[in-house]
Design a protein around this ligand. Structure first.
Ligand code: HEC
Length: 425
């Protein structure tokens, strides 16, 4: 029996994001607003398209019921999904899918402690529900719209962050509340760990404080704003922070040091983050309808000396158009150097005249493995004129089109020179 199990397991792992490969999950028809991972390791995604995707590998099951964008998600320890939306509705997707209740504004955040669900809204309300759907109580008004809620470990304390920059601590045992921290700008996201609370704010502020006293533990603020998403993987001690400029930074919660920092979204903000069950993959979502699954081990290490400007060592404005196209649209995933690279895509070194799927140490999708395409001016032009999902359907490369013919021509001219054999020293 053993070998059979091993084969099944490897097939299974090969099909899920726990495998160490870059992957894109496509299907949503709008930006991704929230992500959560179930106890069995399945990913749930909430989107502007009013639906929730529940993914088995790269295959979604759609949960439809919200009448507007789905903006908040949480999954309990039984694997039951809760969602909140711009339709003000809190929904549960258990054996029967139904509406649990409503706020008077958009739902921004859902937190779960065994048996209790907390939901928060822009209207300033925070409601507690039983997992059967009975309303327990509305908590006292925190003075402004609420952007995030999170439970402390034993469910007695609830933390709530407001659009005016207050972090409230509700003691549900004693029925009291007090401000724990005051930040000059709205706080968007909260994570509660073992004895600490981390928060991210509109001004880019990323801080960690003691859960009971509010005393500072670490300030991890970089020069990017706003902070829009956070995720925590307790077992591996990783905290991930996503911002409006498309970067994700990873923080070690033992040392409170930034370990990795990289540009994760092709364009725009990282609105949603979640770790895979084993903590080896970080899922990210934002504007472009796609969920990216990045293997943590492959992400750029943090180099404080160059910080967030790393991707553009030279001012983009001074680059020729073709190089700028490459830096902006390709360089996060492709190197131009020969040899193995740590990036998500194969190196483009010597790509002209090469058959598709031919870099020896790179694991391609089936589409490219068996492809007869030879990469040249015409085929690379067609690739980004039509977009990879039309030109090479099934490819691992995210969909993207370069609409202007002149931009494609400039990019190809740059690539030809930058990838040629003679370039190498
Ligand atoms: C988010 C990551 C990502 C971005 C951005 C990206 N690619 Fe890719 N690219 C990939 C992946 C992954 C593959 C491998 C596809 C497969 O196996 O199906 C790939 C494959 C390719 C290939 C085929 C290579 C081969 O050996 O067959 C070419 C050519 C290519 N990309 C060019 C580009 C160019 C030019 C850009 C910028 C306009 C770009 N890519 C942007 C991830 C990316």
């Amino acid at each position: 029996m053993r070998p059979l199990i091993a084969i099944l397991l490897s097939v299974f792992l090969g099909d899920t994001a726990d495998a160490q490969a870059f992957m894109t999950l496509k299907g949503h028809g709008g930006p991704i607003m929230a992500l959560a991972v179930s106890p069995e390791g399945k990913l749930a995604s909430a989107s502007f398209d009013n639906s929730i995707g529940f993914w088995t590998g790269q295959k979604p099951t759609w949960l439809d019921g919200h009448e507007a964008a789905v903006t908040a998600l949480a999954i309990d320890d039984q694997g039951v999904i809760y969602s909140g939306g711009d339709d003000f509705a809190l929904r549960i997707w258990g054996k029967t899918a139904k509406e649990l209740g409503r706020h008077k504004g958009k739902i921004t955040s859902i937190a779960i402690s065994p048996g209790t669900i907390a939901s928060a809204s822009w209207d300033g309300s925070i409601s507690l529900w039983t997992d059967e759907g009975a309303m327990i109580e509305d908590l006292p008004y925190p003075g402004a719209g609420v952007n995030a809620v999170a439970f402390g470990a034993d469910g007695r304390f609830l933390y709530a962050a407001t659009s005016q920059g207050l972090l409230w601590l509700y003691d549900l045992g004693e029925d009291t509340q007090r401000p724990l921290a005051k930040h000059g700008f709205g706080i968007n996201r909260l994570i509660v760990g073992d004895g600490w609370v981390a928060y991210g704010a509109v001004d880019g502020g990323t801080r960690v404080i003691e859960a009971g006293t509010g005393n500072g533990i670490a300030d991890l603020t970089l020069d990017r704003r706003p902070i829009l998403s956070m995720a925590h993987h307790a077992e591996s001690g990783q905290l991930a922070v996503g911002d409006g400029q498309g970067f994700i930074m990873m923080i070690d919660t033992e040392t409170w040091k930034i370990t990795r920092d990289f540009r994760a979204a092709r364009q725009g903000p990282v609105w949603a983050l979640a770790f895979s069950k084993d903590g080896r993959t970080i899922y990210a979502g934002g504007l472009d309808d796609v969920i990216y699954a990045w293997p943590v081990a492959l992400l750029d290490r943090y180099e404080p000396s160059i910080g967030g400007a790393r991707s553009f060592l030279r001012d983009a404005g001074s680059m020729p158009n073709g190089e700028r196209q490459f830096m902006r649209k390709c360089s996060i995933c492709h190197s131009l150097e020969p040899g193995p690279s740590r990036k998500a895509g194969p190196t483009l070194h010597a790509v002209f005249g090469r058959r598709a799927g031919a870099v020896a140490d790179y694991v391609y999708s089936k589409t490219l493995q068996g492809s007869k395409i030879i990469w040249d001016d015409d085929t690379i032009d067609a690739l980004f004129d039509e977009g990879p999902d039309h030109y090479i359907p099934g490819s691992k490369m995210p969909m993207q089109v370069i609409a202007k013919a002149a931009d494609r021509t400039d990019l190809i001219t740059f690539l030809k020179q930058a990838t040629s054999q003679e370039q190498t020293k």
